[in-house]
Design a protein around this ligand. Structure first.
Ligand SMILES: C[S@@+](CC[C@H](N)C(=O)[O-])C[C@H]1O[C@@H](n2cnc3c(N)ncnc32)[C@H](O)[C@@H]1O
Length: 223
């Protein structure tokens, strides 16, 4: 992709909105979720190039943004596709963990609110949000998706739990995790919506890339 805009990352991070969300409190336990996500994220990142309309692996300076990046596991996998990956999250403690884990990988992390991304319009070739939307209140979620649409020039990746587990044990474990993350009521509301239609309503053309028992992964084209 030609004419990829330079991103003023330092400026954006400086203006970051810092809050003290619930994720600050659970950051030290999040490694459990990360361990369970390794093979899934590996699979997601292997699939992405097949669904883009440009050859990301042979694109110099493709910009990738991972919003609600948490401890940055997906961001680190995304460095397999580009050496210009940025991960942002509202939780300073999650970001601190992400920075420590990234070591020398070409990924830059900073604290930033998904609803007010401090990046220019269309400055990323691919914007990802993984499991960041389902626990947000509707208005916050809508604003985060609008921002993802604004800052991507071409594609976006969304990974979310779209169904509650069927088995009682699995459902109880998921419900416990969602309560611990502080967004249980929002999650219950989220699983009732048609996620593909929801993304379409924000100007994305969603393509179901991976369907799991509870989660779906959409690779979207910006319309
Ligand atoms: C369930 S974790 C997902 C982390 C990672 N993306 C993953 O898939 O494992 C949700 C993340 O969203 C972040 N988050 C919640 N609200 C946010 C907001 N308004 N702006 C940026 N990050 C937010 C939380 O701090 C948390 O790290």
């Amino acid at each position: 992709m030609e004419n990829v805009k330079e991103i003023s990352i330092e400026k954006a991070i400086e203006k970051a909105i810092v809050q003290a969300p619930v994720f600050d409190k659970i950051a030290k336990f999040y490694f459990v979720i990360d361990l369970m996500s390794i093979s899934f994220f590996n699979r997601v990142v292997r699939e992405i190039p097949k669904h883009l309309d440009f050859d990301i692996e042979n694109t110099i300076n493709a910009n990738i943004l991972d919003v609600c990046c948490g401890t940055g596991l997906l961001s680190r996998y995304l460095t397999k596709l580009s050496d210009r990956v940025v991960g942002v999250d509202i939780s300073p403690k999650m970001i601190a963990k992400a920075k420590r884990a990234a070591k020398k990988l070409p990924v830059y992390f900073g604290v930033m609110d998904a609803t007010s991304l401090d990046f220019p319009d269309g400055s990323f070739d691919l914007v990802a949000i993984s499991r960041g939307l389902h626990a947000m209140p509707k208005e916050t979620r809508d604003n985060a998706v609008k921002q993802a649409h604004r800052v991507t020039s071409s594609h976006a990746l969304f990974i979310e739990p779209v169904r509650r587990p069927k088995s009682r044990i699995s459902r109880a474990i998921h419900d416990f995790a969602e309560r611990a993350e502080g967004g249980f009521e929002n999650y219950i509301e989220f699983v009732e919506i048609d996620f593909s239609e929801y993304l379409t309503s924000f100007g994305f053309l969603p393509k179901l890339m991976i369907k799991e028992s509870n989660s779906e992964v959409y690779l979207c084209k910006k319309l």
